[in-house]
Design a protein around this ligand. Structure first.
Ligand code: MTE
Ligand code: HPA
Ligand code: MOS
Length: 774
């Protein structure tokens, strides 16, 4: 249970902040970030003679290519060559899960922005000029934009998936209340600051090196090998860091790297391809929009005894990661609630949009939004607060998820109760009431959002990682893992682990780039599991080395390993400091010809999942948290501010509270953005209308909550989490779902005739209309 019980908001905030600063080290990238010295793909020192590339993409969402005239473009001074599918020596195929996505369109196009050719020139400017000179004739075919249309036309990526628990048909017969409804949640643009890009360089014997802004270096290596028709060992992929990924570079960083490599392969010259913002927005997929329907049944005492949902996922024109994302929607369809009878189905609907892809939460948020809608709707019909229904159904130890995993170490009730008591929910509710009864043109609304999120790749075979550790002879240490730093601070966590095991200064540890020649066959950095998987492998490697070093000491000092400790760069025996330093110990190891490198492998134990039964134990553990969100709506203008977001968050035993707090705040704001202001729009021809930051609004400094309090839930942590520090990357995004309902509560306070909406995002335009709708 929590111990902290700060008397005021300010105090609690100060406590949280000072705690965070005390207990954690700064993100090791913060220094180079603020000085502008951090390196991204666009900062690579290119070789002399490097070519620059621009992608020529489809102007139509669906059709047959009748003719393309490249002649004028090819004739432009400075254009080296234009590559199409005809230049692919291997397979024209980049699909990650299913082979359903060509690198370059051949005879048909399936979405606006679909790559058709790569223009390679002496400068990006020339390549862009050349692009304007290409003419294309397309015979247009019917276009499918929405998931519903796709369902009607039977256009799917794969067969539907269903999870079920108990018997919903029977259970509905016993319900005191039954409600059915439909919901929509829109897509979301990743808007990583660094756009997609790659730099490929040739080496001897047809070997290639690719510097890529990817979350999945192995995916880039593997797909490049397939497209070029060469073995993987000929391709080295290197990643320094990403200027953000958010899932958008789990799979969709690959095509650009493959294209650059293809051009390098043919030209034997370096090629750089970095998308500009417009190209990136147009050509890449986003979070999946979902159209869903639900049926919820409750007992008199507000227990949800049956829940059914059908999720129509707008997958776009190819599978990409859609099937895996659809699966996670099912895993999280009941959020942090226990429902005895569940039947959920997801259909991955094939449309003529760019293939939608991973985005923080990976389908989980879309599933959770629907049950929250169902609860809010039920509460409104019954005439009670949704908080009552949420509270009555929180998951408890030994409850079963619909996929068969039995919940253990559940903190749903704990984070909920803690949030209520620490932040004094009653007085917050009273503040809102008082405010609303004394203000005409401004109204406040409040909502609670409990969340549960499963940690592990849902695809069990992906849950593994390796670490390669070198101790150099001067005592400094180099670490390689599969972890990709994308702003989430994983490199800092890796550094902490090594420094802690060896008990040496942070400055003695260097985190190397992520490179496929040092750590091979890796899973992408994703599923919030990067620190867990790579950290556990790293721990293992460091422990092996430390053990080996202790053996040397044991021999020299005629003692046992158990009596030896490495502490603050000195060797201790029986808790007494010796004069043997870390560096001297490494010197001894060199003299004795002891290996100072170690490579370790970690594969998450216990987890398994049987897709034929849709049952198993897919997650190493679950994350839990509860947020209380308060908003004030300006009822003249329809605009809103978020006054307060108060969170009790289960970090386990956070190893980096500063970094983890940053993750909570960033994800929360991203979730609020998805739910309230970010509005992806395509026209009925499949053209992206929200194709610039003037037409796509992301949260800025003015729209973030005025106050964010995050209180760590004090628990024992979980052994499956690295150093008991729970995964934090994706889950807090889902706190943002509460923002959607807080706004509607404020609208209701202003307009008693208002009927609830379940169509996100709740943009200021929608709010304004809702305020005055009779
Ligand atoms: N934080 C920053 N700053 N930048 C990012 O791109 N990606 C998110 C999250 N936090 C992201 C981020 C996503 S989608 C995931 S899956 C996790 O970080 C991945 O890193 P982790 O596994 O180390 O948490
Ligand atoms: N999360 C993120 N990425 C993934 C997953 C997942 O569960 N499964 C496959 N790729
Ligand atoms: Mo995160 S969506 O798993 O990259």
């Amino acid at each position: 249970m929590h111990k902290k019980n700060p008397s005021s908001n300010l105090e609690s905030k100060l406590n949280a902040v000072s705690n965070a600063l005390k207990q954690s080290m700064k993100n090791i990238d913060s220094f180079t970030h603020v000085r502008g010295e951090s390196l991204y793909v666009d900062d690579v020192n290119v070789r002399e003679g490097t070519f620059h590339a621009v992608v020529f993409d489809s102007p139509k969402a669906h059709g047959i290519i009748k003719n393309i005239d490249y002649s004028k473009a090819e004739a432009l001074e400075g254009v080296e060559r234009i590559f199409t599918y005809k230049d692919i020596p291997g397979e024209n195929q980049i699909g990650g899960i299913f082979p359903d996505e060509p690198l370059f369109a051949e005879n048909e196009v399936h979405f606006c922005g679909m790559p058709i050719a790569l223009i390679v020139a002496k400068s990006e400017f020339v390549a862009r000029q050349a692009r304007l000179l290409i003419s294309i004739e397309i015979e247009e075919l019917p276009v499918i934009i929405t998931a519903k249309e796709a369902k009607v036309k039977g256009s799917f990526i794969n067969a539907p998936r269903s999870f079920s628990l108990g018997n919903t048909d029977k259970a509905f017969e016993k319900c005191a209340y039954i409600f059915e409804g439909e919901t929509f949640s829109n897509g979301q643009e990743h808007l990583y600051i660094e756009t997609q890009g790659a730099y490929a360089e040739p080496s001897e014997n047809g070997n290639l090196k690719i510097t890529s802004s990817t979350q999945g270096p192995t995916a880039v290596q593997k797909t490049t090998a397939k497209v070029l028709g060469i073995p993987m060992h000929k391709i080295e992929v290197d990643v320094t860091r990403l200027g953000g990924g958010f899932g958008g570079k789990e799979d969709q960083a690959t095509p650009w790297a493959v294209m650059a490599a293809l051009a390098t392969f043919h030209l034997n010259q370096s090629v750089k391809l970095v998308l500009n913002r417009h190209d990136d927005l147009r050509m890449t997929g986003k979070r999946h929009p979902y159209e869903s329907s639900y049926k919820i049944g409750l007992s008199k005492d507000l227990k949800i005894i049956a829940y059914e949902a059908e999720f129509l996922q707008n997958s776009g024109a190819a599978a990409d990661l859609s099937p895996a994302i659809a699966e996670r929607t099912l895993f999280h369809a009941t959020n942090s609630y226990f429902v005895e009878n569940v039947k959920t189905t997801v259909l991955s609907c094939k449309t003529n949009l760019p293939p939608n892809t991973a985005f923080r939460g990976f389908g989980g948020p879309q599933g959770m939004f629907v049950i929250e809608c169902a609860i809010v709707r039920a509460a409104s019909e019954i005439g009670i607060s949704p908080i009552k229904i949420q509270e009555a159904n929180l998951l408890q130890d030994n409850d079963s998820f619909s996929y068969g995993q039995i919940a253990t170490q559940v903190e749903a009730q704990n984070t909920w109760d803690s949030a209520k008591s620490i932040f004094n929910l009653e007085s917050l509710e009273k503040e809102v009431e008082d405010f609303n009864s004394t203000h005409q043109n401004f109204k406040k609304g409040l909502a609670l959002m409990p969340i549960a999120f499963g940690i592990s790749f849902t695809n069990t075979p992906m849950n593994h990682a390796r670490a390669l550790v070198h101790i150099y002879q001067d005592g400094s240490v180099g670490i390689s893992t599969a972890a990709v730093e994308m702003g989430q601070g994983v490199n800092t966590k890796m550094l902490q682990i090594a420094a802690q095991v060896f008990s040496i200064e942070n400055s003695k540890v260097k985190i190397e780039t992520t490179n496929t020649t040092r750590v091979a066959n890796t899973s992408p950095s994703a599923a919030s599991s990067t620190a867990d998987l790579n950290g556990k492998a790293l721990l293992k490697a460091c422990n092996l080395l430390r053990d080996r070093l202790k053996e040397i000491v044991a021999e020299e000092y005629k003692t046992q390993k158990e009596h030896i400790e490495l502490k603050d760069e000195f060797v201790y025996i029986n808790s007494e400091k010796t004069d043997l330093t870390w560096t001297a110990l490494i010197g001894k190891a060199m003299e004795r010809r002891v290996a100072l490198s170690e490579n370790a492998h970690y594969a998450t134990p216990i987890i398994h999942f049987d897709k034929t039964k849709e049952k198993g134990h897919p997650f190493a553990y679950h994350f839990y948290g509860t947020a209380i969100i308060t908003t004030t709506v300006d009822c003249i203008r329809g605009t809103y501010v978020f006054d307060d977001v108060k969170i009790v968050h289960d970090y386990g035993k956070s190893m980096s509270e500063g970094i983890d707090l940053g993750q909570v705040e960033g994800a929360l704001v991203q979730g609020i953005g998805w739910m309230t202001m970010e509005e992806i729009a395509y026209n009925d021809k499949g053209k992206l209308l929200s194709n610039a930051l003037s037409t796509y609004k992301v949260p800025d400094i003015f729209s973030i909550p005025r106050n964010i309090d995050v209180i760590p839930l004090e628990t024992q942590g979980n052994d499956m989490a690295v150093l008991k520090s729970k995964a934090v990357g994706e889950p807090p995004l889902m706190y943002g779902i509460g923002a959607y309902f807080a706004i509607q509560n404020a609208i209701k306070a202003f307009n008693p005739n208002y009927t609830l909406k379940f169509h996100a995002p709740m943009t200021p335009e929608k709010v304004l209309m809702s305020l005055y709708k009779k």
